[in-house]
Ligand binder design. Structure first.
Ligand code: DHB
Length: 501
């Protein structure tokens, strides 16, 4: 790999000398193409505009942040669609008039993916500024104000279809693109501002799933052919840390997980969920949880017999406790009077799993929630291929529609592995995974099972990784209730001491 544009020259010279046999010619023309491709991926440190943004911090105070804004037209040498395969880099120069040197700062790699849909930053004229869901602060802007480099990558998504009718953003396009963007940064180590050995990813929902997948699957060879196809830079795609909000992940087990969690809850419409379908899916969860071989102190081996109690006591009751402890005595008394299912004693909240489920109320999705019988979900589209918009990706839904001898399309199992962080943490434990994890979800989020996050966090903990997990009490899908803490955490896990000039 040539680290500079000049590095392409010797490789081309070698190609000319060695073209003696057909094999050598093929190999070396590939090498020449690769060198030429890599030279097109050289980051230009001078190609920025200087901008100023007002960033509101977690205390509500405004800060004036001046930064260099770079637009990288494509992070791959052979792009399919530069509207999506491009990225922006924001580098802080000064905060409230005090100079900042971000040369060795951590890099927040903030994907904007939602719904597994395409995500473009090509038309953005500055750092992403929209407030997050429910008025939460922009993670990117807080990171910039903290002196970190912020990279915002675009990525292909499931709905993209070309003139010939081919779906070109379905699985695994989005993760391949995000990995290519990471490779671009690492290939440009020393040219791109920031410490490319301290890349911290973030994302929410489908973006949270992709952030977790970036963390779990770093440098996995399973993606190599896809990365080669789009001309990704010759570099590592392993990341240092992963921040994942309400990740919609482990999709092939999510229907079973959903019925295990929300099976007793009604739909908001009042429509009944098919009890047979719900029961059959829930029954599948027994074997799946056993297969994960999760362990937790005080619980031993986790199974469907103790998973609810484990999640309740480890994540959900502490979430309520934290929420209630932060209220004034009057506000707490009011909340407890309105929610008599909670026992508040010695500063601790306690309640049963059944009462908690009743408190959450209506489930958001029908059964099956992800692999719908009528192929109507976003996930059915995610697993489309070629000219086929949507496919089944579980045997259960497929056989419900096509009969007991139906088989999944032959490419589906490998695509599931490419999209599922659990595969890289359980089936094929990846030594190159991120070792630091920030995992968040709201307790009223029924976009997927609350066990999805619990399984991910518990598996990572069992592997010995550094995992900071928290459930936000009474928060719904997409919430980020502690954005400032995430920024502080990045500083802590990366060991970065902010350099001021
Ligand atoms: C998202 C939400 C979903 O319920 C889902 O199934 C997939 C993605 C999202 O908000 O990104």
């Amino acid at each position: 790999m040539g680290l500079t544009a000049a590095g392409a020259a010797p490789a081309l010279g070698f190609a000319t000398q060695a073209a003696a046999t057909p094999q050598a010619a093929a190999g070396t023309s590939q090498a020449a193409a690769k060198a030429a491709a890599d030279s097109s991926l050289v980051f230009d440190p001078a190609a920025y505009t200087e901008q100023t943004v007002s960033v509101t911090d977690t205390a509500g105070a405004a800060h004036s942040v001046t930064y260099r804004f770079y637009k990288v037209a494509s992070y791959v040498a052979n792009p399919v669609d530069t509207a999506y395969q491009s990225l922006n880099v924001s580098v802080p120069v000064s905060v409230d008039g005090t100079a900042v040197d971000a040369t060795n700062a951590p890099i927040l790699f903030a994907n904007q993916v939602g719904g597994y849909m395409p995500s473009s930053v090509a038309n953005a004229t500055g750092i992403g500024g929209a407030m997050g869901p429910a008025g939460t602060l922009s993670r990117q802007q807080l990171a910039l104000a903290a002196g970190y480099v912020v990279v915002e990558p675009g990525a292909r998504g499931r709905s993209l279809v070309d003139a010939s009718g081919t779906y070109y953003g379905v699985a695994p396009a989005a993760i391949v693109d995000l990995k290519a963007a990471v490779r671009y940064l690492k290939f440009n180590k020393g040219r791109v501002p920031g410490d490319t050995e301290r890349i911290v990813t973030s994302g929410v929902s489908a973006g949270g799933a992709l952030s977790a997948l970036l963390g779990a699957s770093g440098d996995s060879p399973l993606y190599d052919s896809y990365l080669a196809e789009i001309g990704a830079a010759d570099a590592s795609d392993a990341i240092f840390a992963s921040g994942d909000w309400c990740p919609i992940t482990d999709l092939e087990h999510a229907d079973a997980a959903y019925e295990w969690n929300w099976g007793a809850n009604a739909l908001a419409s009042g429509a009944a969920v098919d009890a047979t379908v719900s029961g059959e899916l829930k029954a599948q969860y027994t074997d799946y949880i056993a297969s994960l071989k999760l362990r937790a102190r005080g619980y031993g081996a986790l199974s469907v017999r103790n998973l609810d109690t484990y999640i309740l006591e480890t994540f959900i009751q502490p979430s309520a406790t934290k929420y209630l402890a932060a209220l004034s005595d009057t506000a707490r008394a009011t909340y407890l009077a309105a929610n008599p299912f909670i026992t508040w004693s010695a500063g601790q909240a306690a309640f049963t799993w059944a009462d908690f489920l009743a408190h959450v109320g209506a489930r958001k999705k029908n059964a099956p929630s992800f692999d719908a019988f009528d192929l109507s979900t976003g996930e059915n589209n995610l697993y489309g291929a070629g000219a086929t918009k949507a496919r089944h990706f579980t045997l259960y839904a497929l056989r419900h529609e096509a009969g007991a001898s139906a088989r999944l399309d032959a490419d589906i199992p490998a695509k599931l592995h490419l999209m599922n962080p659990m595969y890289h943490l359980v089936d094929k434990v990846n030594p190159h995974r991120a070792k630091h994890w920030w995992i968040r979800v709201g307790t009223k989020d029924s976009d997927t099972s609350l066990s999805v996050v619990a399984n991910l966090a518990t598996r990572l903990t069992n592997l010995g990784d550094d995992v900071d997990t928290s459930y936000y009490w009474d928060a719904g899908h997409g919430a980020d209730l502690d954005p400032g803490d995430f920024i502080t955490w990045i500083g802590k896990v990366t060991g970065y001491q902010k350099a001021r000039k």
